[in-house]
Design a protein. Structure first.
Length: 532
């Protein structure tokens, strides 16, 4: 019997030695689950996390309680190779656990989390440019399952690579037909909650949906607080706010497609002061091991986006993108990316913030684009007693295909992003000096355009090709021949032959100008340092 037991143990040991190592792709999720105490209140009484290292980098990651005695820690590795970990906790069954795993190269389509790049723009962690074409679907994870699946199906063929979404429910007319199936805290709706106990089922469902967005290549701009809940989540005390923020980041932070938005229309949430928002923003920055993008969305009062915790400005302002010159101004104030996440919505609403035509929505995107900023979409046509912007489902507006066309223009454009070329004299033109120019004529209806480039980066004899772009008809029409530069005056170069470009005399037109090399092809749009 002893011999059989010894042989069994030796066989088990050999199997463990020969077992394939645990692997996870770079910027994927390694998850460790341990069993621990379930008595008392594990959400407040148990501290649990782990330290991960590959020898060159060490990352301390908070864990979380997932109910039924289960404790988890999730880690998003930023480098390939072997990583080791050790758990830390204030309970013996959870502390001092050691292990390792191997990180493999990222799979196709996995470019890592999005970061700020070139001061005013975005790129994935691997350097791939991220050209934001966003939309808003506030409550989509609170709808019936069939509607959520319909939303994902719509997103799969839509142009949007980022969505703004609420983390906690808010009441809307659609909820007259159903109640939210889950709530983030233990308790009794609508307002009787135990803010010391989270509902793991709620967050598991949220994680599932965020993972599906990730697999579609869509960033999840998660809004932590909103002023319209009326369920009490917006008016928790400071200790509950901190506990909530820490729990959410511990659960969701390892998803590479997460962005943090502190609030929707923060200034309408009257129970919090500016110093309290700063404290929450600094908390998010401090406890997120992955430094995801962070912003706060305004109502009528602009937030001080120079605060160190802010990575980019999230703005509600429709008037700012009615003209490119207006859109550019916030860039110079904050010296960081500006995303006009809410510029009013395309729709048929009786409210003035939801009655834009499709043409006007597209116009605002193009104004923001040539100004070196980014714009967000909304669709406010009544479906299922509510709208896409509230609950998802299907799109009803006309702008989405035109935004897909714009996204293609952007992704074919400068890798570093579009910046104003001559912002104080020609706000309608953005691009990269001496290489790429995109001029948007907006509501004007010119019948011709004289080839003329601002002097920076331009010399006599450079060769360019020109395309005429119809932003509504979604056409790109090359102009025959080449344009060769010749100095006109102290500020501009024109075409040596004085050529002009014919235009159709309709709104929504643009011209694209690209320099070509000796091979007759447009010059490769390499990344350039700011100021070159």
């Amino acid at each position: 019997m002893k011999l059989l037991r010894l042989l069994s143990l030796l066989s088990l040991g050999a199997a463990l030695l020969n077992a394939a190592p645990v692997t996870v792709e770079k910027w994927g999720i390694f998850e460790l689950e341990l069993k621990g105490p379930s008595e008392g209140n594990p959400f407040t009484e148990v501290r649990f996390g782990a330290v991960f290292t590959n020898g060159a980098t060490t990352v301390e990651v908070p864990g979380f309680y997932d109910g039924d005695g289960s404790y988890k820690v999730r880690f998003m590795p930023s480098a390939t190779g072997e990583w080791k970990y050790e758990t830390k906790a204030n309970r013996w069954p959870l502390t001092g656990k050691l292990g390792s795993f191997v990180v493999t190269p990222p799979a196709k389509g996995n470019h890592g989390p999005v970061r700020v790049a070139h001061t005013f723009h975005f790129a994935y962690a691997d350097g791939t440019p991220f050209k934001q074409i966003g939309t808003t679907i506030y409550n989509w994870t609170d709808t019936p399952e069939a509607v959520q699946e319909e939303t994902l199906k719509t997103l799969a063929s839509a142009p949007f690579n980022k969505i703004r979404m609420l983390l906690t429910p808010q009441p809307t007319p659609y909820q007259n037909s159903f109640a939210p199936p889950r709530w983030p805290f233990v308790g009794t709706p609508p307002t009787s909650w135990d803010f010391t106990r989270f509902n793991p089922e709620y967050f598991r469902h949220l994680e599932k949906r965020i993972g599906q967005l990730r697999d579609l290549g869509i960033e999840a701009d998660v809004i932590l607080f909103n002023p319209y809940g009326k369920f009490g989540f917006e008016s928790m005390d400071a200790a509950s706010d901190e506990r909530y923020v820490r729990y959410v980041i511990a659960r969701l932070g390892a998803y590479r497609n997460i962005w943090w938005s502190l609030a929707n229309e923060y200034d309408f949430q009257r129970v919090k002061t500016e110093p309290e928002w700063t404290r929450i923003g600094e908390l998010v920055q401090a406890v997120d091991p992955y430094n995801h993008l962070r912003s706060i969305h305004n109502g009528s009062l602009l937030y001080d986006n120079n605060q160190p915790w802010v990575t980019h400005a999230s703005i509600q302002n429709g008037a700012a993108v009615e003209e490119p010159g207006r859109a550019e101004m916030y860039r110079g104030v904050w010296r960081r990316p500006v995303v006009y996440d809410e510029v009013k919505y395309e729709g048929s609403s009786p409210y003035r913030w939801g009655d834009l035509s499709g043409e006007e929505m597209v116009h605002r995107f193009w104004c923001g684009t040539v100004a070196g900023t980014y714009v967000g979409h909304g669709d406010y046509f009544l479906v299922n007693e509510d709208t896409w912007t509230s609950f998802g489902g299907t799109l009803r507006g006309q702008s989405a295909p035109r935004l897909a066309f714009l996204r293609k223009i952007l992704e074919d454009g400068p890798a570093q992003g579009i910046d104003p070329i001559d912002k104080w004299q020609d706000p309608n033109t953005g691009g990269v000096h001496g290489t790429y120019y995109l001029t948007y004529f907006g509501r004007a209806q010119p019948t011709e355009w004289t080839f003329k480039l601002y002097k920076n980066g331009v010399e006599d004899g450079q060769r360019y090709v020109v395309d005429v772009i119809d932003t509504w008809a979604m056409t790109v029409t090359p102009v025959e021949g080449e344009f060769v530069t010749k100095k006109l005056n102290n500020y501009h170069f024109g075409d040596a032959a004085g050529r002009k470009v014919k235009l159709p005399g309709k709104p929504g037109m643009a011209v694209r100008v690209r320099r070509i090399g000796a091979d007759g092809q447009p010059v490769k749009l390499e990344l350039q340092r700011e100021g070159t």
